[in-house]
Design a protein around this ligand. Structure first.
Ligand SMILES: [Cu+2]
Length: 151
Protein backbone atom coordinates (compact mmCIF):
# COMPACT_ATOMS: atom_id res chain seq x y z
CA UNK A 1 0.00 0.00 0.00
CA UNK A 2 2.79 2.40 0.92
CA UNK A 3 4.46 1.65 -2.39
CA UNK A 4 1.30 2.53 -4.30
CA UNK A 5 0.93 5.78 -2.39
CA UNK A 6 4.53 6.60 -3.10
CA UNK A 7 4.03 5.87 -6.79
CA UNK A 8 0.97 8.09 -6.90
CA UNK A 9 2.88 10.86 -5.17
CA UNK A 10 5.77 10.52 -7.58
CA UNK A 11 3.46 10.42 -10.60
CA UNK A 12 1.69 13.54 -9.35
CA UNK A 13 4.99 15.28 -8.81
CA UNK A 14 6.04 14.49 -12.35
CA UNK A 15 2.69 15.46 -13.75
CA UNK A 16 2.86 18.96 -12.34
CA UNK A 17 6.56 19.51 -12.86
CA UNK A 18 7.26 17.96 -16.21
CA UNK A 19 4.14 18.75 -18.15
CA UNK A 20 6.09 19.26 -21.34
CA UNK A 21 8.23 16.18 -20.98
CA UNK A 22 6.85 12.94 -22.32
CA UNK A 23 6.63 10.30 -19.65
CA UNK A 24 9.98 8.64 -19.29
CA UNK A 25 9.97 4.87 -19.11
CA UNK A 26 11.82 3.80 -16.03
CA UNK A 27 12.88 0.18 -16.14
CA UNK A 28 11.49 -1.57 -13.06
CA UNK A 29 14.00 -3.11 -10.69
CA UNK A 30 14.10 -6.88 -10.85
CA UNK A 31 14.07 -9.74 -13.32
CA UNK A 32 11.35 -10.68 -15.74
CA UNK A 33 10.62 -12.99 -18.63
CA UNK A 34 10.33 -11.10 -21.89
CA UNK A 35 9.29 -14.44 -23.36
CA UNK A 36 7.26 -16.55 -22.65
CA UNK A 37 4.43 -14.79 -20.83
CA UNK A 38 3.11 -16.17 -17.56
CA UNK A 39 0.53 -18.85 -18.33
CA UNK A 40 1.56 -19.16 -21.98
CA UNK A 41 1.01 -22.30 -24.00
CA UNK A 42 4.22 -23.15 -25.79
CA UNK A 43 5.82 -25.90 -27.84
CA UNK A 44 9.37 -27.25 -27.86
CA UNK A 45 11.88 -25.83 -28.24
CA UNK A 46 10.63 -23.21 -25.78
CA UNK A 47 12.20 -19.87 -26.57
CA UNK A 48 13.20 -17.93 -23.46
CA UNK A 49 14.18 -14.28 -23.24
CA UNK A 50 15.34 -12.96 -19.90
CA UNK A 51 15.31 -9.36 -18.77
CA UNK A 52 16.65 -7.45 -15.79
CA UNK A 53 16.22 -3.89 -14.61
CA UNK A 54 18.57 -2.22 -12.15
CA UNK A 55 21.47 -4.64 -12.62
CA UNK A 56 23.94 -5.33 -15.36
CA UNK A 57 24.32 -8.76 -16.94
CA UNK A 58 27.97 -9.84 -16.97
CA UNK A 59 29.73 -13.21 -17.30
CA UNK A 60 30.27 -15.15 -14.07
CA UNK A 61 33.61 -15.16 -12.29
CA UNK A 62 33.97 -11.75 -10.77
CA UNK A 63 32.04 -10.27 -7.87
CA UNK A 64 31.05 -6.75 -8.74
CA UNK A 65 28.24 -4.79 -7.15
CA UNK A 66 25.26 -4.24 -9.38
CA UNK A 67 26.14 -7.07 -11.76
CA UNK A 68 25.34 -10.75 -12.13
CA UNK A 69 23.90 -13.38 -14.43
CA UNK A 70 20.62 -15.14 -15.03
CA UNK A 71 19.54 -18.59 -13.85
CA UNK A 72 16.48 -20.63 -14.68
CA UNK A 73 15.11 -23.14 -12.22
CA UNK A 74 12.71 -25.64 -13.72
CA UNK A 75 9.80 -26.71 -11.49
CA UNK A 76 11.55 -25.27 -8.47
CA UNK A 77 10.93 -22.77 -5.67
CA UNK A 78 9.80 -19.15 -6.07
CA UNK A 79 13.32 -17.95 -5.35
CA UNK A 80 16.60 -18.99 -3.78
CA UNK A 81 17.47 -17.38 -0.47
CA UNK A 82 19.89 -14.47 -0.84
CA UNK A 83 23.52 -15.50 -0.44
CA UNK A 84 22.91 -19.17 -1.23
CA UNK A 85 24.87 -20.66 -4.10
CA UNK A 86 22.57 -21.83 -6.87
CA UNK A 87 23.04 -25.55 -7.58
CA UNK A 88 24.12 -26.59 -11.02
CA UNK A 89 22.14 -29.48 -12.49
CA UNK A 90 19.52 -30.17 -15.16
CA UNK A 91 16.90 -28.26 -13.13
CA UNK A 92 19.15 -25.31 -12.32
CA UNK A 93 20.54 -23.65 -15.42
CA UNK A 94 23.28 -21.06 -15.23
CA UNK A 95 23.81 -18.45 -17.91
CA UNK A 96 27.34 -17.72 -16.79
CA UNK A 97 28.43 -16.25 -20.08
CA UNK A 98 25.94 -13.46 -19.62
CA UNK A 99 23.35 -14.90 -22.01
CA UNK A 100 19.87 -13.39 -22.00
CA UNK A 101 18.27 -15.88 -24.39
CA UNK A 102 18.00 -19.63 -24.55
CA UNK A 103 15.86 -22.51 -25.76
CA UNK A 104 14.56 -25.26 -23.52
CA UNK A 105 13.14 -28.67 -24.28
CA UNK A 106 10.61 -29.65 -21.67
CA UNK A 107 8.29 -32.62 -21.31
CA UNK A 108 4.71 -31.78 -22.30
CA UNK A 109 2.54 -30.50 -19.46
CA UNK A 110 2.57 -27.75 -16.89
CA UNK A 111 5.88 -26.40 -15.67
CA UNK A 112 7.15 -23.49 -13.69
CA UNK A 113 10.20 -21.47 -14.56
CA UNK A 114 11.96 -19.39 -11.95
CA UNK A 115 14.26 -16.69 -13.17
CA UNK A 116 16.86 -15.95 -10.50
CA UNK A 117 19.61 -13.37 -10.69
CA UNK A 118 22.85 -14.11 -8.86
CA UNK A 119 26.34 -12.68 -8.48
CA UNK A 120 29.62 -13.74 -10.09
CA UNK A 121 30.00 -16.62 -7.65
CA UNK A 122 26.46 -17.85 -8.33
CA UNK A 123 25.19 -16.60 -4.96
CA UNK A 124 21.55 -15.68 -5.23
CA UNK A 125 20.41 -12.07 -4.97
CA UNK A 126 17.27 -13.42 -3.31
CA UNK A 127 13.54 -12.90 -3.60
CA UNK A 128 13.62 -9.39 -5.06
CA UNK A 129 15.64 -10.65 -7.97
CA UNK A 130 13.51 -13.64 -8.85
CA UNK A 131 10.42 -14.18 -10.94
CA UNK A 132 8.41 -17.36 -11.31
CA UNK A 133 6.04 -18.08 -14.15
CA UNK A 134 3.91 -21.02 -15.19
CA UNK A 135 3.86 -22.34 -18.72
CA UNK A 136 2.03 -25.16 -20.45
CA UNK A 137 4.12 -27.15 -22.88
CA UNK A 138 1.98 -28.57 -25.64
CA UNK A 139 2.91 -31.72 -27.49
CA UNK A 140 4.14 -31.03 -30.97
CA UNK A 141 2.50 -33.01 -33.80
CA UNK A 142 5.57 -35.17 -34.08
CA UNK A 143 5.43 -36.08 -30.40
CA UNK A 144 1.74 -36.95 -30.42
CA UNK A 145 2.29 -39.14 -33.49
CA UNK A 146 5.01 -41.12 -31.77
CA UNK A 147 2.83 -41.46 -28.71
CA UNK A 148 -0.02 -42.81 -30.79
CA UNK A 149 2.30 -45.31 -32.42
CA UNK A 150 3.27 -46.58 -28.99
CA UNK A 151 -0.36 -47.27 -28.03
CU1 LIG B 1 25.42 -19.02 -11.91
Amino acid sequence: MKKILLLITISFFFAINCKEKTEEQVEPKGVYFIEPQDGAEVTNPVKIKMGVGGMEVVPAGEIKEGTGHHHIIIDGPDYIEAGQVIPSDEKHLHFGQGQTETELNLPPGEHTLTLQFADGEHKSYGKEWAKKIKIIVKETEEQSNTNQEKK
